[in-house]
Design a protein. Structure first.
Length: 83
């Protein structure tokens, strides 16, 4: 496993009322969600990055207003029209 290190100012931790470990977990989840949303990672790999199960990852997407489906509105409209 590869480690990526970032520097977080102490003031940010205080403002967020987070511990370094808590913020690390949250940043991994947020990065995984964004990479999934951008289509750069499938849900299984994104869940792996977040350190949670795929089912848990898919369930958490709604909290961040990210759809678990990769179909965009235009594709969905076309599918409905073709049905």
């Amino acid at each position: 496993m590869t480690t990526v290190q970032i520097t977080i100012p102490e003031e940010v931790l205080i403002s967020l009322k987070e511990t370094p470990d808590g913020l690390s977990r949250e940043l991994c989840l947020l990065a995984a969600i964004k990479l999934f949303e951008l289509g750069r990672l499938p849900s299984g790999r994104a869940a792996q990055l977040a350190g949670i199960s795929r089912v848990d990852f898919l369930n958490r997407l709604g909290r961040y207003q990210v759809s678990p489906f990769s179909t965009n509105p235009e594709e969905l409209a076309q599918d409905i029209q073709n049905a």
